[in-house]
Design a protein around this ligand. Sequence first.
Ligand SMILES: NC(=O)c1ccc[n+]([C@@H]2O[C@H](COP(=O)([O-])OP(=O)(O)OC[C@H]3O[C@@H](n4cnc5c(N)ncnc54)[C@H](O)[C@@H]3O)[C@@H](O)[C@H]2O)c1
Length: 377
Amino acid sequence: MHTGVWLVGARGSVAVTSIVGAAALRAGLTEPIGCVTEHPALRSARLPAYGDLVFGGHDIATTGLVKKAEALAAAGVVPARLVDTLHSELSAVDDDIRPLPHGATQAETAAAMASDIADFRQRHGLERVVVVNVASTEAAPAPHPAHERLDALREALAEPGAVLPPSALAAYAAFTAGCAFVDFTPSTGARLPALHELAEAQAVPYAGHDGKTGETLLKAVLAPMFAMRHLQVRSWSGINLLGGGDGATLAEPAANAAKSASKQRVLKETLGYEPDGHTRIEYVPDIGDFKTAWDLITFAGFLGTPMRMEFTWHGCDSALAAPLVLDLARLASAAHRAGRSGPLTELAFFFKDPLGDVDHSLAAQFVALAEFTGTLG
Ligand SMILES: NC(=O)c1ccc[n+]([C@@H]2O[C@H](COP(=O)([O-])OP(=O)(O)OC[C@H]3O[C@@H](n4cnc5c(N)ncnc54)[C@H](O)[C@@H]3O)[C@@H](O)[C@H]2O)c1
């Protein structure tokens, strides 16, 4: 059962690390460390094997895939020996990465995007394709009445001008092509009523939003601990320092706002109240893909005694994100195959800002995920 993984932002750090990782797993050159679907509670014969994943995608950048992989190796994100050994596999994937189309209207652009995906499916004889958005974070769009209903959206897209931000147009194209859609970014993606309607009409599932790979992963473990221990969290402030392409994008205030909002939601949802404090993101080019998050939590115990906790997280963002991209592609493909459509709320484990009214504690999300994989057959 060959499954296509169509990456929107296929020349970016997360995408290329995912492609190198899948090729290395297929060749038996590495272990699936960090792949959640390898946990004994989640393993399922219904998930496509790593060797059955075929990659392609869209990007606005033109840097060759091998060149990008070499740059990631030089930065210490992926082992250089893997990039050397997998040179021909990576060049072959490069042939399946297309420039992002531009039509006279967004309807034309979306049709060309859907046609690129359909050609990819046909060229490789794929059973199905999962579209995964790993493109640069975009600002939240202004509300538009056409976002509410599919018929209104179709009419508006046929007029000149932009009705949908790029991530939502990618979701529209994916659904039109009959594909599942996963949003690994905090961008709009499929989060519009009109796109939900399209997903249901096309009987395809979707998942999101914003991969939970570092500071928010820790929040999803620690905040439930404070809640269960009935300690009172008074403030939770965090600063994230990161470089790389993602860091450069997030230096832009509107994209930064989208990401910061996505990171704070877990606290309110798990504690039941919002402590003081903010999460800040700062761009430090010199640290590249290696992120440092520093959090300070002040809390009160019995008799109001004040206490504090601090943590520092040094993570390699793309190495944390890539195995989750592979997990999500496998899970969304199997869910589509099992006849699921609409939001896959059981995949909340993977996201900072999950779809639906879900439990935000990581432990509860893991249980929901294990039950979900059990339903795949
Ligand atoms: N690395 C992590 O741990 C992590 C966690 C959660 C979310 N994310 C999100 O994943 C995304 C990718 O991160 P990254 O580090 O790979 O960033 P990156 O800057 O290295 O890559 C982004 C890629 O998207 C491309 N792109 C921009 N606009 C596009 C469009 N409209 N269509 C197609 N391609 C487009 C860029 O050319 C670039 O190649 C970001 O939105 C980031 O916030 C990353």
